[in-house]
Design a binder for this molecule. Structure first.
Ligand code: PGA
Length: 250
């Protein structure tokens, strides 16, 4: 059985004091939840302060990106061990906003995934098609390419530890969610291609859906057999709303 994972991606939101307040409220609101794994990914500047609050709780901490080198002259970048040192166990990699605005490619995603594993971090690998790609009927081709290039050379012992987030770009921050059937179709395709490379590990792979997930649509999405959780942007910024997502009705 795959344990559901509900992850919050705060993106470029919240000062340290705002982050601390939200996470204190969230910690109270999700106290005692054990059947769902909870993850929040604040901006880098708030990681340490948030870690001080969540470190002995049921809330896991993740970063939103990393750089693959271990240290050195890379102004503005953050290494995997720095992220680990700040208290993170997870890291988002290849979010569509990074691909769209910051030149992230399947090749850089691959380097980052490898670096995350080497540092003992679990990568949440984000993939998804644009609206144009969906309209041109190339969704599966795009997903397969992003997925295979991203995971090239990842040893099988790491494979089952990865988390994949399917986030159709047209559904992110737009209020347009993929229907549960649309999402399930892509999730089962991802599990199939993963299984061709990594065999049995595919059954352990958690595949999250992301794109306008909210307390009103989470339960229907989670009923689908290959949807193992959500990567939530906007609805993760408010403690009460995010707690509702974590406690979705099963
Ligand atoms: P959204 O963002 O929930 O605001 O659509 C999801 C994401 O980008 O991870």
């Amino acid at each position: 059985m795959r344990k559901p994972l509900i992850a919050g991606n705060w993106k470029m939101n919240k000062t340290i004091s705002e982050a601390v307040q939200v996470v204190k409220d969230l910690k109270n609101a999700v106290d005692g939840v054990t059947d769902v794994e909870i993850l929040i990914c604040p901006p880098f500047t708030a990681l340490c302060a948030v870690n001080n609050i969540v470190k002995d709780s049921n809330i896991n901490l993740g970063a939103q990106d990393l750089f693959w080198e271990t240290k050195g002259a890379f102004t503005g970048e953050i290494s995997p061990s720095m992220i680990k040192d700040a208290g993170c166990s997870y890291v988002l990699i290849g979010h569509s906003e990074r691909r769209q605005y910051f030149g992230e490619t399947d090749e850089t995603v691959n380097k980052k995934i490898k670096a995350a594993f080497l540092a003992g971090l679990t990568p949440v690998v984000c993939i998804g098609e644009t609206l144009k790609e969906r309209e041109n009927n190339v969704t599966f081709k795009v997903i397969e390419k992003q997925f295979k290039c991203g995971l090239t050379g990842i040893p099988p012992e790491y494979a089952s530890l990865a988390v994949v987030a399917y986030e159709p770009v047209w559904a992110i921050g737009t209020g347009k969610t993929a229907t549960p059937d649309q999402a399930q179709e892509v999730h089962s395709f991802i599990r199939k291609i993963y299984g061709k490379i990594y065999k049995a590990a595919a059954e352990k792979l958690r595949i999250l859906y992301g794109g306008s997930v909210n307390p009103g649509n989470v339960s229907e999405l989670m009923k689908k057999s290959d949807i193992d959780g959500g990567l939530v942007g906007g609805a993760s910024l408010d403690a009460e709303t995010f707690a509702k997502l974590v406690k979705y009705s099963k």
